[in-house]
Design a protein around this ligand. Sequence first.
Ligand SMILES: NC(=O)c1ccc[n+]([C@@H]2O[C@H](COP(=O)([O-])OP(=O)(O)OC[C@H]3O[C@@H](n4cnc5c(N)ncnc54)[C@H](OP(=O)(O)O)[C@@H]3O)[C@@H](O)[C@H]2O)c1
Length: 176
Amino acid sequence: MNLIAAVSNNWGIGLRGELLFSIPEDMRHFKTLTQNKVVVMGHSTFKSLPNSKALKNRVNIVLSHNINLQIDNAMVYNSVEQLLSAVSGFSSEDIFIIGGQAVYEQLINYCEFAYITKVNTRQDADRYFPKIEEMSNWKIQCRSSEKSYNDLTYTFVTYINDNVLKPANSFKSDQS
Ligand SMILES: NC(=O)c1ccc[n+]([C@@H]2O[C@H](COP(=O)([O-])OP(=O)(O)OC[C@H]3O[C@@H](n4cnc5c(N)ncnc54)[C@H](OP(=O)(O)O)[C@@H]3O)[C@@H](O)[C@H]2O)c1
């Protein structure tokens, strides 16, 4: 599985239910990587999507404790165990954890790659990405050149986890 996030210098990802940044190239990067793939998000992140609608051309999965929750064009699961069992039919590399903090924290250990847009700014935040650079199993695999948009500079950094936790149900690609 993969994580994808845009973070500030202090690993901030959100404030009052919204994203911290809106960088067109980052949006395209997100769309390109997740197109026709599976996206997994928490209920709060789902509610923050434009018009609270599922993302097009992707399998949308939402985590919520509400067992009665139904969302058009999305599957809802009520626990991490349920989620991991449900996605075991997909290839691990096709699954993207798209946030927010609560969901990144619970699923990071199951992920092999993290696609992080590091935005060179220190902004107020109330939600954060886990401090991946302090985790010895995560290493930088590659980084782009520095890019800029208005007064922001940013870099696409890919991290790789060399100690991925395997769920009880292995993924499709592990079963062959
Ligand atoms: N910068 C980025 O790349 C990025 C990406 C995504 C989101 N964000 C930001 O992150 C913030 C949202 O993050 P967040 O941590 O507040 O919320 P979140 O992770 O998006 O969603 C939390 C909700 O997900 C459900 N949930 C979480 N774990 C669960 C579990 N184990 N079982 C069942 N349901 C579970 C619960 O929903 P119920 O309350 O329905 O039970 C919980 O309240 C927003 O500001 C958003 O804009 C930033």
